[in-house]
Design a protein around this ligand. Structure first.
Ligand SMILES: [Zn+2]
Ligand SMILES: [Zn+2]
Ligand SMILES: [Zn+2]
Ligand SMILES: [Zn+2]
Length: 491
């Protein structure tokens, strides 16, 4: 290579990040000129890109393997998507085998007495690698967007019409400067007020149109953001698990007996499906009916999406309105605090008083930030968390009897996530040791099947028939992602 060529190559290399920055900025500046959330639209294709690289590059990289070990597999949402990708059998088999091996190693350390601290052996799961990558990408866009607003390059167009959904505005405000937050609050106040007004004045025909009505769609975009990705929605079709019986203990024992999914996961899916079914059966004709549902409608993106994609149009409308109203409440509190701060700053007494203060009004600014970053309560999330706790408590109670221990042993057993929670909180050593023994046996068996599948992929094993071990990668999703079985899709 000549020296000139070498210098040009170096130059090109050092310019690459600059080009990338320009590309990101252009994307955001373009997005803010369009309707909707510029962060949602800029990050919409993340998962698609990730999964396009996954089969060739990502799945065996040390960085990915380290992440998947600390998350103990894919999350439910990404697991549900990957579970449908049969063409990825070799890669997913390899990933599940890797996680199974690492968990088995840890269980061996415990069972052989080399490490008895379960909190050290099994730290709480971190984000799944796809979620972690998506969060990093979102943080990056938020950082650049903050820069563009601060420099005034995106401020003029902000709210005309592009504006962050409240979910991203909350995340943005965690790191944004006080000045930037204060510039954006009036814009959010104006946009959300107009969306709330449009929904509150909707007639029965608009309510019965659900998400198809403009007011409802705008309400969703401003509160939790739109649903772009099919990956976002796949898991929803797996949530309806079982018809509720009248005896919760017998229901749970039935879950213990099933051989295809974790009984605690099934309780959580059942809790969610019962809640959404109840809402779906509640006829909403006007705003008074929605008021009656205060405190039971979801507020997080995941569960608003569940209502929008699975519910009747009037539930779609009610769920979006509740999410928008929650965003509206936080925005109003912040706007009021901001107004008070601005009025006080203009009074001569205050100016005199704060002359010596290095950061006058700092507490008020912290209050404003807090108003737009405080988590919004979602009753469906609360119900699911409670269902998990109640199911684990019932499991501990049942496992005191040898009869139910046998049932548990013959069933599917716990997913890794619930196994970790259960062993850390088991009331007695007997129950803890029993759970560890069962999990170790079941995982070792799954690992054998995953290994067998990989062995039979070799060219020189062609004469060997392929058996049920070929579906071990798929069954791995119940163990590592807590997915319910396919046949639990009844509504
Ligand atoms: Zn957004
Ligand atoms: Zn994930
Ligand atoms: Zn589970
Ligand atoms: Zn929720």
């Amino acid at each position: 290579m000549t020296l000139i060529k070498y210098i040009n190559k170096k130059k090109k290399k050092s310019q690459a990040p600059e080009n990338e920055v320009r590309g990101l900025e252009m994307l955001l500046l373009d997005a803010v000129k369009k309707k909707g959330c510029p962060i949602c639209s800029s990050t919409a294709s993340h998962d698609k890109k990730y999964f396009s690289w996954f089969p060739m590059e990502i799945y065996h990289e040390p960085d990915f393997l380290e992440k998947i070990r600390s998350s103990y597999g894919f999350c439910t949402r990404h697991g549900a998507f990957l579970d449908q990708q049969r063409q990825l059998l070799p890669q997913l088999n390899f990933v599940h085998d890797h996680v199974a091996q690492k968990v088995c190693d840890k269980l061996y350390l415990y069972l052989s007495g080399q490490e008895k601290d379960l909190f050290l052996l099994f730290p709480d799961p971190s984000d799944c690698p796809v979620c972690a990558s998506s969060k990093t990408s979102t943080k990056r866009f938020l950082w650049f967007f903050h820069k563009l607003i601060k420099e005034g390059r995106a401020l003029k167009d902000y709210g005309h019409p592009g504006i962050m959904c409240f979910r991203h505005f909350m995340e943005f405000s965690e790191k944004a400067s006080h000045e930037v937050i204060q510039q954006l609050i009036p814009k959010h106040e104006k946009a959300i007020a107009s969306a709330v007004h449009a929904m509150e004045n909707a007639g029965s025909s608009m309510i019965s149109a659900g998400i198809k009505s403009d007011a409802c769609r705008t309400g969703m975009e401003l509160s939790v953001g739109p649903a772009f990705n099919t990956e976002d929605l796949v898991w929803l079709h797996r949530i309806y698990c079982r018809n509720p019986g009248m005896d919760p203990v017998s229901d749970f024992i039935t879950s213990l007996e099933n051989k295809t999914a974790c009984p605690v996961c099934l309780e959580q899916y059942a809790a969610m499906s019962q809640w959404i079914n109840w809402l779906d059966n509640y006829k909403v004709s006007g705003m008074d009916d929605i008021d009656q549902l205060t405190g039971v409608l979801p507020a997080c993106r995941e569960h608003v999406l569940a209502c929008v994609n699975l519910g009747r149009p009037d539930l779609q409308f009610a769920a979006v309105y509740a999410a928008l109203k929650a965003a509206w409440t936080s925005t109003l509190i912040a706007a009021k605090k901001l107004k008070k701060l601005q009025e006080r700053n203009n009074t001569p007494v205050w100016q005199k008083l704060t002359k010596k203060d290095k950061n006058p009004g700092e507490n008020s600014r912290i209050d404003i930030r807090e108003a737009v970053t405080s988590p919004i309560r979602c009753p469906v999330c609360e119900r699911i968390n409670k269902a998990e706790q109640r199911a684990l408590d019932l499991l501990f109670a049942l496992l005191e009897s040898p009869r139910h221990q046998k049932t548990f042993e013959n069933g599917h057993g716990l997913c890794i996530n619930h196994f970790i929670k259960a062993v850390k909180h088991a009331p007695y050593d007997d129950i803890r040791n029993f759970l560890i023994r069962v999990e170790s046996a079941k995982l070792s068996f799954l690992k054998w099947e995953l290994d067998e599948t990989m062995r039979k992929m070799a060219w020189d094993t062609r004469p060997e028939p392929k058996g049920s071990e070929q579906s071990a990668w798929h069954r791995g999703f119940a163990v590592f992602s807590g997915l319910p079985p396919d046949n639990c899709q009844q509504k």
